[in-house]
Write a new protein. Sequence first.
Length: 351
Amino acid sequence: MSQTIPDFAVHPRGTPGAPPGGSEFTPLLRKVKSQGLLGRRYGWYARCIALNVLVLAGLITGIVLAGDSWWTLLLAPPLAVLCARTAFIGHDAGHAQITGDKAAGRLIGLVHSNLLLGMSYSWWNQKHNRHHANPNHIDKDPDVVADVLVFTSEQAKDRTGLWRWLTRNQAWLFFPLTLLEGVALKIYGFQDLRRQAPGERSVEAVLLVGHVAGYTTLLLTSMSPGKALAFAALHQALFGLHLGLAFAPNHKGMEMPDPNGETWGHLRRQVLTSRNIRGGAVTDWFLGGLNYQIEHHLFPSMPRPHLRLVQPLVRAHCRELGIPYTETGLVDSYRQALRHMHEVGEPLRAE
């Protein structure tokens, strides 16, 4: 069951009334800084990156040793999980959670995103930062722009042809579609090269091509083309599914700011549009810390291991201000997200 704390002093859209003046976020930020929770965790990230590299090397060695056998496909699922861990490191680098040195952070991001995953660090960063600035804002958040999926009834009514059919059934198709996400992210990265400045483009392109060449060489020198294709399909599908499982619970079905309505401050903009996932160490590991979505949005540069530590402060601050703080279980979060997508497509199914 989801838990929203509390739900009083609510406007018609379901958001509590703001105080007459002053920043609601400043007292919380001051308290967080005083406890050192924005400080770097170099040792934690060094161990995380080193372990990730070691396990990746072990899996690559396993693929080479297993060779041209269908049993090699058993290594595709753990490789997909490891790739998600790699993506989480790239994500943290983009937010300056690992280091405040921009050059070092970019290098970590390029290695983990472009070289190891074949995903453009620059493309992801500029898109993701726009999302963080205005989460769930229909005009400003690229994650809720009408594409394969839509998130409002206004978006749904403009759909035609195949897109209309997809919208009618998007709740059922969501997880099957995430199987294509791993490949889609790679394609978007290559397409974004045209936007990038020449110097940035050269570095990103070399690393992206290097990933494709290395990945292809690994598979084709280890197994037959048919097995290599099967391995790649399974690996990329499970990688996309894992990312979908990690990102789906965070904002879908949460408040969407009215572009022409009341302007929210930083605290409300991030808290009201985000959903946390309850759980322990396993949930933290599986979701890469994104289960603390509210805290991550309030403090995007906060190191991942500090997010669980700051949660009690954020929850108490929201309770004091009467701002709903939404937290639910993992399965229920998917249910809420899918329910929202189902409701968006309902008018089209009623025709």
